[in-house]
Design a protein around this ligand. Structure first.
Ligand code: 7TS
Length: 418
């Protein structure tokens, strides 16, 4: 099972088998075959550190937060707020006041659309997105546009799946009030030059939201260096629990926003005449939050930081190069998304085979990939395909996983072509 070449090609400190040992699920079998998990863009598997943090919290430390006068609740509150500091460090935000815990990337974007969007945009204003957005960075803006009479503009992408920067510039105007862009595309793997795009958007006076759902698991994120106004990511894609995520918002902007959801936890005082709201970030965290999930997210971010972004990037780049070469060597494969700057996402179609049929046969080999439109239907349309097969790589994947995929594709082609 162990391939010495994997370790030889990556830094000495990085041992993929040791990483795999931390993920219990990777030792299981599916359909009687060893699991080959190539669907981390949908959701990443969880290391023991995260699983044990959840277990420990529920066994020994569980209480509601921010309300108990007793020690158990104080401890739970401290753990929850420590996760906020961990998230701040992970993003290099200036202050924990800029870190809002939400349900995930989807809720983060909806929050910004419903608060900043409603409070600041008026008829005739424009929102600019790109042609490679996930549905969750399209539909909230569409709804806002319908409600407020705004225009949604879309910067096009080229045949490699790269944003056409000159066209993006042409889409910007003094009417552009929000620019919402994906940092790394989930359907294509493209890494966008978001620092430069943010600079251009700011020159026009727009605020910038970056969808970091697929970037946070792979790249070091520095919101101060990017100079973005909002940055969103989901815990479950960075090896943490489901149901929680982070919205970073520049302090001056967040302070000016009206509440999003309302109720307990976000208020200062309530009377039937008037209620007043708490300071940021609590103003945006109404109700009992996902306490255990947030603490688990903190453990996941610590785990990633200890592993090191350089080690993650080096390993994934080596795997991506191997996988790209292997898939390109199969004549029936057409890769969708061949950007020069790419994360570990391999979207492809197989000549003469529907992606769903391919997915089913791969599943019989124990190989988990996603087939479909990946919640990015406009990307599928751009490339003239109804769906793709998508293998997505993570820090725990090996060359053997890629080789299993290649063998699985050969099996698919045998079944369909005889
Ligand atoms: N943005 C991007 C770029 C994503 O890839 C996803 C989820 C989301 C937003 C939404 O994240 P959520 O955690 O709020 O659901 N991406 C995928 C995917 O690629 N396949 O399934 C979900």
């Amino acid at each position: 099972m162990k391939d010495a070449s994997v370790n030889a090609a990556t830094p000495a400190a990085f041992d993929v088998e040791r990483i795999r040992d931390e993920f219990p699920v990777l030792n299981t079998t599916m359909r009687g075959k060893p699991l080959v998990y190539l669907d981390s863009a949908v959701s990443a598997q969880k290391p023991r550190r995260v699983i044990e943090t959840l277990r420990n919290f529920y066994e020994k430390e569980y209480a509601n937060i921010h309300r108990g006068v007793y020690e158990l609740s104080e401890r739970a509150t401290a753990r929850y707020e420590a996760a906020r500091e961990t998230a701040r460090r992970f993003l290099n935000a200036a202050s924990t006041r800029e870190i809002v815990f939400v349900r995930g990337t989807t809720e983060a974007i909806n929050l910004v659309a419903a608060t900043h969007g409603r409070a600041n945009l008026e008829k005739g204003d424009e929102i600019l997105i790109s042609a490679m957005e996930h549905h969750s960075n399209i539909v909230p803006w569409q709804l806002l546009c319908e409600e407020r009479g705004l225009a949604l503009r879309v910067a096009p992408i080229d045949d490699r799946g790269e944003l056409i920067v000159e066209e993006f510039e042409k889409c910007l105007s003094p009417r552009t009030r929000i620019v919402a862009l994906v940092h790394v595309s989930n359907a294509l793997g493209t890494i966008n030059p978001v620092r430069e795009l943010t600079r251009q958007a700011h020159r026009c006076g727009a605020v910038v939201l970056l969808d970091g759902a697929q970037a946070a698991p792979h790249l070091p994120i520095d919101v101060r260096d990017l100079d973005c106004d909002f940055y969103a990511f989901s815990s479950h894609k960075v090896f943490g629990p489901t149901g929680v995520g982070v919205l970073y918002a520049r302090e001056s902007l967040l302070e000016a926003l009206p509440p999003y959801q309302s109720g307990g936890e976000m208020i200062e005082s309530v009377s039937f005449e008037k209620s007043t709201y708490r300071d940021i970030p609590e103003r945006f965290e109404a109700g009992t939050p996902n306490i255990a999930g947030t603490i688990g997210l903190g453990a996941a971010l610590d785990w990633m930081t200890e592993l090191g972004h350089d080690a993650i990037a080096t390993h994934e780049a080596e795997l991506l190069a191997h996988a790209t070469a292997a898939l390109e060597a199969i004549p029936e494969v057409r890769l969708i998304g061949t950007a020069r700057h790419k994360a570990g996402v391999l979207s492809f179609v197989l000549e003469g085979v529907h992606p769903h049929d391919a997915g089913t046969i791969l599943d019989h080999e124990g190989i988990a990939v996603r087939v479909g439109h990946h919640c990015a239907q406009p990307v599928m349309e751009r490339f003239g395909v109804p769906a793709t097969i998508r293998a997505s790589l993570s820090v725990y994947n090996t060359r053997e996983d890629v080789d299993a995929l290649v063998a699985g594709i050969a099996q698919v082609l045998r079944v369909f072509r005889g």
